[in-house]
Design a protein around this ligand. Structure first.
Ligand SMILES: NC(=O)c1ccc[n+]([C@@H]2O[C@H](COP(=O)([O-])OP(=O)(O)OC[C@H]3O[C@@H](n4cnc5c(N)ncnc54)[C@H](O)[C@@H]3O)[C@@H](O)[C@H]2O)c1
Length: 407
């Protein structure tokens, strides 16, 4: 191996029980590198962090840089970190080639001799420095003259340590729970909701139309009515099905009471959209007394913020559905400020979208009938997501009952 392409790194934290240490070693090997532990001090209590000093080497400069980028995301920083490197953006939306791309973990940069925390942390963003503060900013929001972080120096990423508190999920280590554990998962989700609200943080629900199809509507409506949900993020379909259920008792023409298809029932779907156009939107329909029950009705009544993001296959769409995708993303991101827990219910599309906007310390519980969906959300970078594999209608009914029993 050609020598010379090396760096000395340091890492600090719960490196052993969070399995970060083995991931650091695996990453070095993955990039055809070699490592030499120069120093390692193990934390001797459950709160004391471990400290690692490591020399890593790679066969080429390119491999070394790629390896360092991956190691940075695991919490390693260059031992001679020095100041962060900045470059000025020359044209709107065009970053310098060697811009630093963020993770969703808490990030510090060394600016004017001090480590400062980056604000608005999210993944796939750039870091813009303004005065003595630093912010995550998306590529499309970059403006000429912005000063952005480039290279890898002066950056420290702090991955979330494994939970040691009582509220840690029993199924957290596995990522995905089995059907048998649903009741336990519901109880733990209920405890998490109470914990977040007691801390003054918001609970957000990201829901797909299957919530209504599976009879989960009344459960979700009850959670909203009783103050357990502060934000609802969804698309056009959930709202249309919810309104259809409230006005005609069907979801895509299927009677929710007995699961039978109504004759010409599919027309109800279009009638629901038409009724909302005539009323001037969901809010107006609630105010006028036309819409008297359902998920969106409870949102309007309780002043719970809801954001409906449009898609190519939307019918209508409803007046409240935001069809400009950039605007919809912005509205989702704004609504997620101050959220401590997100429940993703039967929607892969919206769950991944929301995961991309969240910092890694916001808890995510993902309920889906398909275990691959939870894995997909995690693989897209939302590693903190824990999964409950079950029917979302059943989950919501149990959760609403559990919350009421404990109230
Ligand atoms: N009428 C409209 O305006 C309109 C607009 C957009 C989408 N849609 C419809 O919405 C649906 C897709 O919504 P999406 O974009 O969120 O899709 P998606 O494919 O991203 O997510 C749907 C998720 O629901 C899960 N699921 C299915 N049955 C479940 C159950 N019983 N319990 C728990 N999870 C379950 C699936 O595994 C999947 O992950 C489609 O049926 C689509 O045709 C309708």
């Amino acid at each position: 191996m050609e020598t010379g392409h090396y760096e000395v790194l340091e890492a600090e934290g719960h490196l052993i029980d969070s399995h970060i240490m083995e991931r650091i070693f695996d990453t070095v090997v993955e990039y055809q590198g070699e490592f030499q532990v120069e120093d390692f001090r193990i934390g001797r209590t459950n709160s004391e962090p471990s400290r690692l000093r490591l020399r890593v080497q790679a066969p080429t400069r390119t491999l070394l840089e790629q390896m360092l980028q991956a190691l940075l995301a695991l919490g390693c920083s260059l031992a001679d970190a020095g100041e962060v490197e900045l470059a000025t953006v020359e044209r709107d939306r065009c970053a310098p080639e060697d811009f630093y791309s963020t993770t969703n973990h808490r990030t510090l940069i060394r600016l004017n001799g001090r480590w400062i925390e980056v604000e608005n942390q999210r993944m796939d963003a750039l870091i813009v420095v303004e005065g003595d503060r630093a912010f995550c900013r998306r590529l499309r929001d970059l403006r000429a003259g912005d000063r952005v972080v480039v290279g890898l120096r002066g950056i420290r990423v702090l991955p979330e340590a494994k939970e040691r508190d009582r509220l840690a999920f029993a199924f957290m280590t596995n990522g995905v729970s089995s059907e048998r554990q649903v009741e336990t998962a519901v109880r733990q989700t209920a405890a998490l909701i109470r914990h977040m609200l007691a801390q003054g943080k918001k609970v957000a629900v990201v829901a797909g139309p299957v919530v209504v199809h599976t009879g989960g509507g009344p459960g979700l409506a009850s959670l909203i009515r009783n103050g357990y949900v502060q934000v609802l993020l969804s698309g056009n379909a959930l709202a249309v099905h919810d309104v259809e259920a409230a006005l005609y008792g069907t979801s895509l023409g299927v009677r929710l009471a007995d699961g039978r298809q109504e004759e010409h029932g599919h027309r109800n779907h279009m009638r629901a959209i038409n009724a909302m156009y005539r009323a001037g939107g969901i809010r107006r329909a609630v105010e006028s007394g036309l819409l008297r029950s359902g998920i969106l009705y409870e949102c309007v009544r309780a002043g719970v913020e809801f954001v409906l993001a449009g898609s190519l296959r939307d019918d209508g769409p409803l007046p409240e559905t935001i069809t400009d995708m950039n605007e919809a993303q912005d509205a989702y991101a704004r609504a997620l400020k101050g959220v401590g827990l997100v429940l993703c219910l039967g929607t892969m599309l919206h769950s991944i979208a929301v995961g991309n906007m969240l910092p890694s310390w916001v808890k995510v519980v993902c309920v889906d009938i398909n275990p691959a969906v939870v894995t997909k959300v995690s693989d897209r970078g939302t590693g903190q997501a824990v999964g409950v594999v079950t029917d979302v209608g059943l989950f919501l009914e149990l959760l609403a009952r559990t919350m009421q029993e404990g109230a």
